[in-house]
Each structure stands twice: as structure tokens, then as C-alpha cells.
Design a protein around this ligand. Structure first.
Ligand code: SF4
Length: 249
């Protein structure tokens, strides 16, 4: 399949190693597999700069160390939890993510990949967790984290690619479309996007309130009502409720 790959920075063509922000064992906090004990690996680097990014150490200021796929596969296997979550940053930037997933599959682990859905690459997984970025994600042109002022336009240009999203849906029958919702105005944007995509069902669509704290009932009542009306899923952040907004959870 030939699809436009929005890979320009900081793509890493090495397939046997990559810069990793962190690995840890926790419970999956979001989505269809909420509560499942999992080994997490966070690739460092992203082609977007969401204004509310909850992992800025893998996007705005990417940190981490080079790890080999051999090391990571052994660590995942040794974690003994049966589920692996490949996240970022944007793991689809890295060819090493595909290599790692091949190894995890060979070891019999269930694989979830968490992606913003702007990059297509063939990759083995059991659940593709796609989080398309709405306009509420775009940083302002005067964001102090971006003194050069480049990321407002760059993020806006990259955040939505219908052809790539459809390719990912076609390639991954086990998937979820997880939207970070900041307000009721976002619903029209979600409806407009879903109208341009085919093959999804209502059980694939999840709405998650924006924020890194447990939201109040006032902030979530309308979201819950919307999910009930449309037969979508409400998506809490269980890891935030259990551990707060902390790395390694
Ligand atoms: S796509 Fe994810 S990792 Fe990248 S900036 Fe947005 S929230 Fe952060």
C-alpha cells in the first residue's frame, strides 16, 4: 500500500534500536483494555505538538536513551504480564517499532499500538488505538514552548490525514478511535471526520475528556449523555484516578 507518510522529524530509520523515554509495568488506563496489566514502551519523538500533550518528554522536549530491540523484547517478555503497549510520542515514526512488534508477537504477547493516526506503516498489532487530533490540540502561534513559532502551522498541517486514517482502519480490524474532547464544540468536528471514514462501528468510538486530572461531574455529564445517545464509549483515564499524572504509570 502506498500512502503519504508524514515523516520528516525526528524519524529514525534504524530498525534495531530507538530512543526510548521510558518502559514500565502498569495497568492500561484508557480505552477498550482499561485495567489490563501491561508492559509499556514509550518511543521518544513525535511529529505533532499537541497543546495539552500529557507526555511532553516524548514530544515537546523528547528525552530518553537508545535501547536495542533485543533489550526491549527481553524486558517485555520478562515482565510476565502478557500485554504490551507500544506508545509515544508517535511510535509509527520509527521503523524499530515495527521490528519490536514482530518480536513481541513471536513471543505471544498481545500488542496495543497507540498512535495519532497520521503515519501509515505496516505493523503487527492486536489493537490499534488511534487518537485523531482535533483542532483543540493545535498549539497557539505564541506558545512559549516553541520560540520559533513553527509548530502552530506544522501541527495544523499534519494532525489530520484522512487517507492515512482510512488505511489504518482498513489494515487493523481490531481498533479504537479515541477522541480527546475539550468541549461540546468538538462534536461537530468528530461527526465530520467520521462521515469521511468508512468501516468503523459505534463500538470503535471513544470520547475522553481533555485534562490530566480527574474531571468533575459538571465537565463529564454531557459527554456521558452523548456517548449513551450515540452508542459510543465514554473513556475515563483510570491511571490518572489511581496514580495521578505521574511518569511510569
Ligand atoms: S500526538 Fe501524542 S505524544 Fe504527540 S504531541 Fe500529541 S499527545 Fe503528545
Amino acid at each position: 500500500m502506498s500512502l503519504p507518510l508524514h515523516i520528516s522529524d525526528p524519524a529514525d530509520a534504524a530498525s534495531d534500536r530507538a530512543r526510548i523515554s521510558e518502559t514500565f509495568v502498569s495497568i492500561q488506563g484508557e480505552g477498550k483494555l482499561t485495567g489490563v496489566p501491561s508492559w509499556f514502551v514509550r518511543f521518544s519523538g513525535c511529529n505533532l505538538r499537541c497543546t495539552w500533550c500529557d507526555t511532553p518528554y516524548a514530544s515537546w522536549k523528547p528525552d530518553g536513551v537508545a535501547r536495542t530491540i533485543d533489550e526491549l523484547a527481553a524486558e517485555a517478555h520478562g515482565a510476565g504480564v502478557g500485554h504490551a503497549v507500544v506508545t509515544g510520542g508517535e511510535p509509527m515514526l520509527f521503523s524499530a517499532a515495527a521490528t519490536l512488534c514482530e518480536r513481541l508477537r513471536a513471543a505471544g504477547l498481545h500488542i496495543t499500538i497507540e498512535t495519532a493516526g497520521t503515519i501509515f506503516r505496516p505493523i503487527a498489532c492486536d489493537l490499534l488505538s488511534i487518537s485523531p487530533k482535533l483542532s483543540n490540540s493545535t498549539p497557539s502561534a505564541s506558545d512559549p514552548r516553541d520560540p520559533s513559532g513553527q509548530w502552530h502551522a506544522r501541527h495544523e498541517e499534519r494532525r489530520m490525514n484522512i487517507e492515512v486514517l482510512q488505511g489504518l482502519l482498513n489494515a487493523h480490524p481490531q481498533r479504537q478511535l479515541k477522541f480527546v474532547v475539550a468541549g461540546e464544540a468538538d462534536l461537530a468536528e468528530i461527526d465530520g471526520l467520521l462521515a469521511r471514514l468508512s468501516g468503523w462501528t459505534s463500538t470503535d468510538v471513544l470520547l475522553m475528556p481533555e485534562g490530566v486530572t480527574t474531571p468533575s461531574r459538571e465537565r463529564t455529564d454531557w459527554l456521558v449523555a452523548t456517548c449513551i445517545a450515540r452508542k459510543w464509549r465514554y473513556c475515563p483515564r483510570l491511571h490518572i484516578e489511581l496514580f495521578g499524572n505521574k511518569r511510569g504509570t
